[in-house]
Design a binder for this molecule. Sequence first.
Ligand code: PAF
Length: 291
Amino acid sequence: MMAVIETLETIAAVRAWRASGGWRTVGLVPTMGYLHEGHLALVAEARATCEKVVASIFVNPAQFDREEDLAAYPVDLEQDKRLLAKAGCDALFLPTPATMYPEGFDTWVEPGAVAAEQEGRHRPGHFRGVATVVLKLLNIVQPSHAFFGQKDAQQLAVIRAFVRDLDVATAIVPVATQREADGLARSSRNVRLSPAERQAATVLYRGLRAAEDAFRSGEGRAAALAHAVHAVLDAEPRAQTEYVSVADPDTLRELDTVETRALVSLAVWIGKTRLIDNLILDASEQARDGA
Ligand code: PAF
């Protein structure tokens, strides 16, 4: 018989669930739904680490800088519940906007310099929305561990920074970017791509790999590494590059020279869909995905 996931719709229900067992470790997998292999890798990591695993699905209006992006965000709750149950998730927190942002809500987490460039520069208010909702989820669920994908490398750095600065007692666990066979990073937004755009979208990872190749050949100048990425992106007529960044993976400060490690990240429009991706360059090991 199909497993059915326990769905918790209120904060009180989550607190009661949390108090019902004497679990030492509880893993939280925060999501905005429309789950794919990337999310399921987070659940698998949580399952391997913790006694109990709870996922959340909440399309957080506070982190969308464009109305049309929020309106077009894909939803398939029944499929999500099936996937979570199959992946061995124990419970699902499914709050409404009114639960998360009740009348009179007026307190925000404002991330610092780590959120200023890259995504932060191009999506004003985005990380304030992310940091606020993630802190609320951590406070509601009180997990021992929370799992985030390295595909959103700056989000991960922002969360690590506020967890450190605000003394949150949850271990933040990064999970490697999941990719399609042709390298495209898995994302809920990929469904918006037409077949031709889907083909063109492989340019993101090819661009990142060009930086990796240049780095392996001894290139350490950030401008030259970014140039290698741009050369690949510029050759794809369907791609409109928003930014290419070569930055410190922890502080997200732009680098002049890569001494040891760097996060190469980019945002590219393919038609009406904005995609992001990143790769870590590490002089002490091979380049690898994410932060
Ligand atoms: O990465 C996401 O899906 C979202 O930004 C998160 C962490 C669930 C917060 O809304």
